[in-house]
Ligand binder design. Structure first.
Ligand SMILES: Cc1cc2nc3c(=O)[nH]c(=O)nc-3n(C[C@H](O)[C@H](O)[C@H](O)COP(=O)(O)OP(=O)(O)OC[C@H]3O[C@@H](n4cnc5c(N)ncnc54)[C@H](O)[C@@H]3O)c2cc1C
Length: 303
């Protein structure tokens, strides 16, 4: 089946939720990325199950995204179907010191609910612009804490639309990774266990973390946060700075002058600009230190 015919069928299956040739630059915090052939924002779990079942029977490539805050989508765009787990998956329930959040909940919204409910443990998420689903898949973290310290279990949907409840011990959490990364599973709901804490203390910590980010990160330009993972015992930012890459520019992409592990989009940067900078940084850091920097950002799509 052609993608054009597929688009028609999907549009009938999920009216108002399907777009063709959707620029991914609209869905990444880098504001970079070519078009997805088909882009779907399902209105709920039932719609997602219908979509996943349909894709499974037709065999199109399928990709899930959250807030696109850790994504580099290449300029040629994405062949296949991109599904955004967004606002429709944003419900949160509070049970004692446990938070049960839909995967599309923004981390900032979840942290605010935790604070108001006197639930500590999520302070580190302040300022991470992802969804709960993306944060679990990436094991997002800061200040020595990560989602692995919080998550009790997740509800997943597999490629046939079946639901599965999986405890945290089976998610293969590591530094900025889990076994969900690159799998065909989509995260629907995440259970996080916090601890009872005075909301004023939670707020004080969050304010401190946010202030530190404002002082040390280039938040006035589009970016995807840290581009590279920290190698053991070193920070990527320090290595990049020492290798003389700070401020290096390709087109409108620039190794940030504020934080060398960020590449900022000064206006009209392309994915190609960013990729060229990534390779140059990797080369220069390797020449200087013999260390290969690995990407933290996930790369999707075609050149
Ligand atoms: C300014 C800035 C600061 C940042 N600071 C930090 C930080 O301190 N610490 C940190 O760890 N990260 C940080 N990040 C990176 C990013 O915010 C996190 O990795 C975040 O968890 C990604 O979530 P997302 O919803 O945007 O995921 P996306 O970028 O949309 O996706 C990331 C990956 O998760 C997958 N995915 C997303 N949602 C789902 C789902 N529901 N089911 C299955 N797969 C899914 C995607 O396929 C992709 O592989 C920062 C980014 C920016 C722009």
């Amino acid at each position: 089946m052609s993608l054009a015919a597929g688009f028609k069928e999907l549009n009938n299956l999920l009216p108002g939720q399907v777009k063709a040739n959707e620029p991914m630059a609209r869905h990444t915090t880098w504001r970079i990325g070519g078009p997805a052939d088909i882009f779907v924002e399902p209105a709920g779990v039932a719609e997602l199950a219908r979509l996943v079942g349909w894709v499974h029977s037709r065999g199109f490539p399928l990709y899930f995204i959250g807030n696109g805050s850790n994504l580099l989508v290449r300029d040629g765009g994405i062949r296949g179907i991109v599904v955004k787990i967004g606002r429709a998956f944003g419900q949160v329930r509070v049970e004692g010191t446990t938070l049960i959040a839909g995967a599309g909940t923004k981390l900032g919204a979840l942290a605010a609910i935790a604070r108001k409910s006197g639930i500590g443990g999520l302070e580190f998420t302040a300022g991470i612009p992802g969804t709960v689903g993306g944060a679990v898949v990436m094991n997002a973290g800061a200040n020595g804490t990560s989602m692995a310290d919080l998550v009790q279990e997740v509800i997943l949907m597999d490629a046939t639309g079946e639901l599965d409840r999986r405890p945290a011990q089976e998610l293969g959490f590591g530094y900025r990774t889990s076994n969900l990364l690159g799998s065909s599973l989509v995260v629907l709901e995440v259970t996080c266990r916090g601890v009872a804490r005075d909301p004023a203390l939670i707020r004080a910590d969050m304010d401190r973390y946010l202030a530190r980010r404002r002082a040390s990160q280039p938040l006035s330009y589009p970016s995807a946060g840290s581009v590279f993972k920290n190698p053991p015992g070193k920070t990527a930012g320090w290595l990049i700075e020492q290798a003389g890459c700070k401020g290096m520019r390709q087109g409108d992409a620039q190794v940030s002058l504020v934080h060398a592990n960020f590449i900022v989009n000064l206006g009209k940067a392309t994915a190609r600009d960013v990729q060229i900078l990534i390779h140059r940084v990797q080369q220069l850091v390797y020449e200087r230190f013999g260390i290969t920097l690995n990407l933290e950002v996930q790369v999707l799509g075609e050149d």
